[in-house]
Design a binder for this molecule. Structure first.
Ligand code: DAH
Length: 341
């Protein structure tokens, strides 16, 4: 075959291939066109390669060079069409149809943890009752976690088996008093009273830590809502009204709650508050009238002011509200659980 014939056949092949890839509108016809031109067995390029064998020997180098150019051009036409079809925006431009029945791109929307949501709601409810929010550190000293709360040295609440002690504070932080992860948010009562004169009406929400074995109702870290109200002539009736109002606002108007006499070193008298759920009474917190010793420890005059305090378990409230029966669900980080809130 003469070189000129071979070249003109190749030119025709390029023109046909370019046209064909240009017209392709979807992946299936792209593949058909690829097989037609670039198919390893019966593709038209393969046929052209065979023809090259018939070109005069002297012209072979020129023919070979031309053939390689053609091959590269056709492969490039195929590649660019392939990329175009892979990109929906580009595919649209090339005339490919948009398929509205395909599933859309899913947005995975984040959300707040149920306990965070509960905390926000509790702040909201207590805010309407006139309580503002106070905060305190999770690493505490002996004074704020025990001493100022009228918990004496030999009291079992200080037992190392019931607390996460962190070793002792060094000279920088003040002497050799032990530090611990706070076991209760009552610490914040002391901090607020130390820095603020009465009257006081605060809540504080945060984490507390106790070395309990995790089971359906216990976890070594959980949240409490502490409340403190100090003023002139505050009585137990005020405490019970506030807790009842709170319980009704959070758990609903039909909730039954009761108060049982109890003991806490930092309140006198003391009560425990229960709500009724699943045929049993469930304790949701402790409360009482602030002990005069506590008022004295922070420099208040118990003859001048009185007050009440309470500490409620946030998880337990949230569990009752949503019918959750195992506290561990909160901290498994299982999105199938978390996504429901
Ligand atoms: N701090 C107590 C606890 O962790 C709960 C508590 C009881 C807090 C009575 C109070 C209170 O403020 O008055 O079990």
């Amino acid at each position: 075959m003469a070189l000129s014939d071979f070249v003109s056949q190749l030119d025709q092949l390029i023109a046909d291939a370019k046209n064909a890839f240009e017209e392709v509108g979807d992946i299936a016809s792209l593949e058909e066109t690829r097989v037609e031109f670039l198919g390893a067995k019966n593709g038209r390029l393969k046929a052209a390669q065979k023809l090259m064998g018939t070109v005069d020997k002297a012209d072979k180098p020129t023919a070979g060079k031309k053939f390689n150019e053609v091959k590269q051009t056709i492969e490039a036409a195929f590649q660019s069409k392939k990329e175009l079809l892979g990109d929906p925006a580009a595919a649209k431009k090339s005339g490919a149809t948009f398929d509205p029945t395909l599933p859309g791109v899913k947005f995975r929307l984040g959300r707040l943890h149920p306990i965070t949501q509960t905390i926000e709601e509790l702040k909201d409810i207590m805010g309407r009752l006139g309580f503002s929010v106070a905060d305190g550190p999770e690493i505490e000293d002996d004074w704020h976690n025990f001493e100022a709360l009228n918990i004496p040295h030999e009291h079992p609440a200080r037992d190392p088996l019931d607390n996460f002690y962190l070793g002792t504070a060094n000279a920088n932080t003040g002497g050799d008093k032990p530090l611990l992860l706070r076991s209760q948010t009552s610490t914040v009562q002391i901090r607020v009273m130390e820095s603020t004169p009465p009257p006081i009406r605060i809540i504080s929400l945060g984490r507390v830590y106790r070395p309990d074995t995790a089971d359906a109702t216990h976890y070594p870290m959980f949240h409490q809502m502490e409340g403190l109200l100090i003023d002139r002539s505050v009585t137990m009736a005020d405490l019970k009204s506030v807790l009842r109002l709170f319980a009704v606002s959070y758990l609903g108007g039909d909730v039954s709650i009761r108060f049982r006499p109890s003991f806490f070193p930092f309140t006198e008298p003391s009560v425990e508050a229960d709500y009724f759920w699943n045929d049993t009474w469930v304790e949701f917190g402790g409360a009482g009238m602030v002990d005069p010793n506590v008022l004295r420890a922070v420099g208040y005059d118990p003859e001048e002011v009185t007050g009440f305090a309470f500490g409620l378990g946030v998880e337990r409230l949230c569990m009752r509200r949503h019918g959750i029966t195992d506290i561990r669900e909160f901290y498994k980080n299982d999105v199938r659980f978390l996504e429901q809130f």
